[in-house]
Design a protein around this ligand. Structure first.
Ligand code: SF4
Length: 378
């Protein structure tokens, strides 16, 4: 009967469900498969075991199965602010976690200032330095509403370009203090360029050919394009000095230039696991608590004046290894480990997109990349 149940099904399922096939590895091997052991000298067992037949001699199937992945994969958000998200990504290979990190840094598009047309600059700061500083100002505008400029040849239209102007003059008066020009002075021009170029060739002047005002884009009614931070210092002007310019922001990716990278940083660390291998009591418990700069340990009173160390905040462990320094005895008391498939992921957005949207965009880009590979292979 048992065999009939699998008659039309998967042979592998049948084999794996035989009572004579062990479903789990022995505890010691499971530990080496799932944890990085952080010893005093160096971490051990850092690699992930990918080979499907790695434990075939023990009758354990190590193949990567989509149904297992779907069952075990979890994302749990711990912290979300306007600029930062921290979440746990559980049940994923380090290569995939790293793929998300790299996509976030280099492949998720944003809008950034690409062209600067300077009509007048009598400040001390040179044109090229001023242009460089402007290029690095994060622009708050949803890149999903725009096209890449390459799609339109050299034409700068309302679908691929956002235009800002900046015009600041320091009054020419005796005793006039210097004024500071900040990014907040960049004013959005929804109808496109206001500067006149000397000739009409594309790229030769600052003209744009907007067929309609960007004001009409519904998403801009509440949240018009602007520099994400209004207090970034661009230049200082002395009495009588002036800067007048226009800048064009276009869509691009961090792979081309870091100014398009949507993240200040995107990083992850494996979940720390701190285990007390034996009871650490009284003075030793006090010593252990004091060794840890992160307050990972606590002391509990278990009656009759006896005190014992406990692990209170393993997540805060930075792997400084202070707790296992001071001789072999300490290494025998405390085990420091990292969970190989559990990542604490942090994304700090520059402000172009909310951090949670950045991650979903990264997932879409990875999906597209996979589809491209599948198409090219088939
Ligand atoms: S490795 Fe450092 S941070 Fe982690 S528990 Fe030990 S002393 Fe604390």
């Amino acid at each position: 009967m048992e065999e009939n149940k699998y008659k039309n099904g998967d042979a592998l399922d049948y084999i794996m469900n035989l009572s004579s096939v062990p479903s789990k590895l022995p505890e010691k091997l499971e530990l080496l498969r799932t944890r990085v052991l952080c010893n005093n000298d160096a971490p051990q067992h850092t690699d992930t075991i990918q080979y499907s037949g790695a434990y075939a001699a023990l009758g354990v199937d190590n193949s990567l199965r989509l149904d297992n992945f779907c069952e075990n994969f979890k994302v749990e958000v711990n912290k979300l602010t306007e600029e930062t998200i921290e979440f746990d990504m559980i049940g994923i290979d380090p290569a995939l976690a790293n793929a998300f990190r790299r996509i976030l840094i280099a492949d998720v598009p944003t809008m950034a200032i690409e062209r600067v047309y300077i009509a007048n600059n009598t400040s001390l700061i040179q044109d090229e330095v001023l242009a460089h500083r402007l290029g690095l100002v994060p622009i708050n505008a949803d890149p999903r509403l725009f096209e890449y400029p390459e799609n339109a040849g050299d034409e700068k239209n309302e679908k691929n370009t956002i235009v800002f102007k900046l015009h600041v003059r320091c009054p020419n008066k005796v005793g006039q203090p210097r004024i500071t020009v900040k990014s907040g002075e960049l004013k959005w021009l929804p109808n496109g360029s206001e500067l006149l170029g000397e000739n009409k060739k594309p790229n030769a002047g600052s003209q744009t050919s907007f067929s309609c005002s960007q004001d009409s884009i519904p998403q801009f009614s509440d949240n018009p394009p602007r520099p994400q931070y209004s207090d970034i210092i661009l230049a200082k002007l002395g009495a009588g000095q002036e800067i007048e310019l226009e800048v064009h922001a276009v869509k691009g990716i961090g792979k081309t230039h870091a100014k398009w990278s949507p993240v200040a940083t995107a990083w992850y660390r494996m979940l720390p696991e701190v285990v007390l291998l034996k009871d650490v009591e009284d003075e030793l418990a006090e010593e252990l608590k004091n060794k840890c700069p992160q307050n990972v340990f606590d002391i509990e009173d278990f009656g009759y004046g006896k005190r014992r160390a406990t692990v209170k905040n393993p997540r805060d462990c930075t792997l400084c290894r202070e707790c296992i320094r001071g001789g072999k005895d300490w290494e025998d008391r405390v085990a420091l480990r990292r969970v190989k498939d559990h990542f604490i992921f942090t994304i700090e957005s520059t402000g172009a997109l909310p951090p949670e949207a950045l991650f979903t965009e990264a997932v879409k880009i990875l999906e597209e990349k996979c589809e491209r590979v599948i198409t090219e292979l088939s």
